[in-house]
Ligand binder design. Structure first.
Ligand code: HPA
Ligand code: ZN
Length: 347
């Protein structure tokens, strides 16, 4: 297998055109300011910002919590099924432009049910968009219900129970929101219930929290992938385990930069994790807030860390392998990737 070195422009074109899966994206984090203002007007919601520009200027975060405060406030404009549909459809158009062929996307029902929006309203709007994305854009998409970890386990269980009539419309559960002080163990019963229901399990861990949270996500919650997981680098035994057991990390470099998890992208440990044999993937997290969709994450990370075409192919293969789809779909995606490599003269 020889991988010719590409010029910087050729590498950008290769990475952008490459078929890929996105495995860590919060649909509420794809709500662009323009749509947020349009929905606010339509629904009579007052936003504490005078304009789209003023809102964008507020996207200057110091840590995860400073982002979450604005993110939850922004989500308050989402009220009807059509609102959820329009937000998700806008994401799918962006994903298509970035050559995403498969997406496993988070939604945060508690952010909306707390405001009186029903579970059915949320999931029916999202599901309509994902069905349309498959039919019209050729993107296969699945939904993952995330529990908000700053709330209680009882509320998480109640949320999952509210989702039961719609269990055919989501494939798994996840855990997001404020990490520090809310260890995975807090949700052991909710994840056990999810397991009994046959749902897949993932969890945010090791974004701001310590490696112990990653161990607990795997061993207590049964998480099959770790969202973020960058703090695994502080624990060599954990790094070896992640590599050995092929437990994928869904890394989000621009998110880590914007939330000050790393001071600059050059300091990001994604390259070291790849070198350690860990099944790393690149994802956009909350692209409307963090400065770009998945291809922008690839472009900036590749430039900062001087990654090459071999890394790009590994990242795409990891994204397919770590997805929760069938082996037949994975084979289909890998064949698309092979064809892309071939036309680029990269074997
Ligand atoms: N971390 C935790 N919770 C979140 C995130 C994140 O990066 N994005 C949206 N909710
Ligand atoms: Zn996230």
């Amino acid at each position: 297998m020889s991988k010719p070195s590409l010029s910087p422009d050729q590498l950008v074109a290769f990475v952008c055109g490459m078929p890929k899966a996105e495995l860590h994206m919060h649909i509420e984090g794809s709500l662009e300011p323009e749509l947020m203002f349009a929905l606010a007007q339509r629904n009579g919601v007052e936003l504490p910002y005078a304009s789209v520009d003023a809102l964008r200027a507020a996207y200057d975060f110091s840590d995860l919590q400073s982002f979450l405060d604005i993110y939850y406030a922004g989500a308050s404009v989402l009220q009807t099924e059509d609102d959820f549909y329009e937000m998700a459809w806008a994401y799918f158009l962006r994903a298509k432009a970035d050559n995403v062929v498969h997406a496993e996307l988070f939604f945060d029902p508690q952010t909306h049910t707390a405001r009186g929006v029903s579970f059915a309203t949320i999931i029916n709007g999202l599901y309509r968009a994902s069905q349309q994305a498959q039919a019209e854009l050729g993107i296969r998409a699945q939904w993952i219900l995330c529990f908000l970890r700053h709330l209680s386990q009882e509320e998480a269980v109640a949320t999952l129970q509210a989702g039961l009539p719609h269990i055919d419309k989501f494939i798994g559960v996840g855990l997001d929101s404020s990490e520090l002080g809310h260890p995975p163990e807090k949700f052991s019963k909710a994840f056990e219930l999810a397991r009994m229901l046959g749902l897949r399990r993932v969890a945010h861990a090791g974004e701001e929290g310590p490696p112990e949270y990653i161990w607990a996500a795997i061993d207590v919650l049964g998480a099959e992938r770790i969202d973020h997981g960058v703090r695994a680098i502080d624990d060599t035994v954990l790094m070896e385990r992640l590599a050995r057991e092929r437990i994928a990390l869904t890394v989000c470099p621009l998110s880590n930069l914007k939330l000050c998890v790393v001071p600059t992208l050059r300091d990001h440990n994604l390259g070291k994790m790849l070198d350690a044999g860990i099944a790393v993937t690149i994802n956009s997290d909350d692209p409307a807030y963090f400065g770009g969709y998945i291809n922008q994450n690839f472009i900036e990370t590749f430039a900062a860390l001087e990654l090459d075409v071999g890394h790009a192919i590994t990242l795409a293969r990891n994204s397919f392998a770590a997805s929760f789809t069938t082996d037949a779909h994975k084979a289909e995606y890998n064949a698309l990737l092979d064809a892309w490599c071939q036309q680029a003269g990269v074997y």
